[in-house]
Design a protein around this ligand. Structure first.
Ligand code: GAP
Length: 516
């Protein structure tokens, strides 16, 4: 059954995943706190992200950098001039909305990248008026989305909260390049906060004013854009795409929305034949593998959406959004693969006076490295994981959160069958102590065991281990699968190794005799 974002928001607050920040003072739009379960889920996402992407190359590293940056950083990057959103406001009341999103909700099409004049014309053409009072709307204007800050007292230094984590690796590039023995490609990743003064934060945690990004900037020799030494390993891999030309074809054939092609499968080799460089396509493959193999997102719910010249960010030459098909919102951007060329390093060289050029001994050439950016919104990915795993299970009469074992907040729970038998609770505590160092798990003895299974399902606990009367006789316990509710009986001594196997993907039913 399809649920709404509102249903999910209610669930997230009730269970302690995510809820509005500063809520006892009425909250602030676009700001959220993660509760005890949400924090675990978010950290698990960040950790699997690190493990997957930092392991792609021995010369990829994570750095941790300041959230407040010098004004000149954003002069150099172009954010001061270009990081703007179109704003539509009412001529009578205080209603303000982001103009392209306002049009999109009314006309059900995407309008990214249009100029204020074009957006104003469309608003007039569709006779759109104020959402609150119905009055005429003012012509569309623009607003810079960065949060300015004044550091210190008196005149102080003007600075900004960073609107993307990406700028730190650019600013730190020269130093890190020297430290890493002048080797390219060099990957510098940041997992951290970004801040944007969104005009109309909405859709729960999908559009916030403070959010977390996991981004990696890969600095490379531009002469090597058309090659990747491991491309031959992925050339036949099929990628879920929607290219600009697919969208044009949909339009040319006048296909109604229901018949339009939403995804076209293409091999990596075919995408190269379409004109994309090997280096770029290699990372499309890796990103898809991350989503399908690690996050376990169903293939049909993932696609790479190519942006055209008008739509893509001002710093990009090639730009695909990573999109996930969400329950209420349909395909939604959760990240992107951006070929930023030498836009940023060249900008920083100009404004700071620091040389960004490197000398490549292998080819004997000098150049400013180009950058491929792998960009992920952590909160949007967490939302997608919650949204796609949320199941209001009629048969069981409770919610089941089908999160993968490595992502779910608690992998395992330990229950004594009853709490009024000291021998059973003591044994259950012993079992808990045996496994809690190795796996995220919790101990619960409140209410009936059926109620505890239901509570465990609701927060995504992958397996439940129950100590019962038989355990006292033969040192065995039951293990119950969240996915199937089936139970196997296993020896307590074997628990750590069996749980390890389940954690890494083996089916519980294959590891012991099914008893219920
Ligand atoms: N460094 C490139 C960059 O920042 P972006 O497309 O503006 O590119 C990257 O942002 C990702 O950050 C998006 O795909 C999205 O997942 C996330 N993101 C952007 N704005 C957001 C917001 N207001 N709230 C939550 N996540 C956001």
């Amino acid at each position: 059954m399809v649920h709404s974002a509102q249903d999910l928001a209610v669930f997230c607050k009730k269970k302690g995943f995510v809820y509005p920040s500063s809520e006892i003072y009425g909250g602030l739009a676009g700001l959220y706190d993660y509760g005890h379960l949400g924090t675990k889920l978010k950290h698990n996402f960040e950790n699997v992200w690190r493990k997957f992407f930092l392991n792609l190359n021995d010369n990829f590293f994570e750095i941790e950098t300041a959230n407040i940056m010098h004004e000149n950083v954003f002069k150099a990057s172009g954010h001061l001039d270009n990081f703007i959103d179109p704003l539509v406001s009412c001529s009578k009341c205080d209603m303000t909305e982001r103009a392209d999103h306002f049009l999109q909700t009314k006309v059900k099409e995407r309008f990214e990248g249009l100029s204020p004049e074009q957006l104003t014309k469309l608003i007039r053409k569709h006779n759109l008026t104020c959402l609150k009072c119905g009055s005429e709307l003012k012509p569309v204007s623009v607003m810079n989305m960065m949060f300015p800050l004044q550091l210190g007292i008196g005149k102080g230094n003007r600075a900004f909260l960073r609107p993307e984590t990406a700028q730190s690796p650019f600013v730190d590039f020269r130093l890190q390049y020297e430290l890493q023995r002048k080797k390219l490609p060099l990957g510098l990743a940041v997992v951290g906060r970004a801040y944007r003064n969104e005009i109309s934060p909405r859709n729960f945690m999908l559009r916030q004013r403070e959010f977390t990004q996991a981004e990696m900037q890969i600095f490379f020799n531009p002469a090597k854009l058309s090659e990747h030494r491991h491309f031959y390993l992925v050339q036949d891999y099929k990628i879920q795409t929607l290219l600009v030309k697919d969208r044009q074809e949909n339009e040319n054939h006048g296909r109604p929305k229901t018949e339009a092609k939403e995804i076209v499968e293409r091999t990596a080799e075919e995408l190269v034949k379409c004109g994309l460089p090997q280096f770029y396509v290699y990372y499309l493959v890796k990103i898809q593998q991350f989503y399908l193999d690690v996050l376990k997102i169903p293939k049909e719910r993932l696609r790479f959406y190519e942006l055209d010249e008008k739509e893509r960010a001002f710093y990009n030459k090639y730009h695909f959004d990573i999109e996930i098909d969400l329950q209420e919102f349909g395909f939604t951007e959760v990240g992107g693969l951006h070929y930023r060329t030498d836009h940023d390093l060249r900008g920083h060289e100009k404004i700071s006076g620091e040389k960004m050029e490197v000398f490549d001994e292998e080819s004997g050439s000098r150049f400013i490295p180009h950058v491929l950016e792998l960009s992920f919104g952590v909160d949007r990915n967490v939302y997608a994981l919650l949204d796609l795993s949320f199941d209001e299970n009629k048969e069981r009469g409770n919610i089941v959160l089908h999160l993968p074992p490595k992502l779910t907040p608690f992998f395992c729970a330990v229950f004594p069958l009853v709490k009024n038998k000291p021998e059973i609770t003591a044994k259950a505590e012993e079992v808990f102590a045996k496994i809690k160092e190795a796996f995220p798990c919790f101990y619960d003895e409140a209410a009936s065991v059926g109620r505890r299974y239901a509570r465990a399902d609701e927060i995504g606990t992958f397996v439940c281990c129950t100590v019962d009367f038989q355990s006292l006789e033969d040192s065995t316990v039951t293990l119950r699968s969240r996915e199937t509710t089936r139970q196997i009986r296993v020896k307590i001594n074997d628990l750590p190794s069996l749980l390890e196997k389940i954690y890494h993907g083996e089916e519980l039913e294959k590891l012991g005799r099914v008893v219920a």
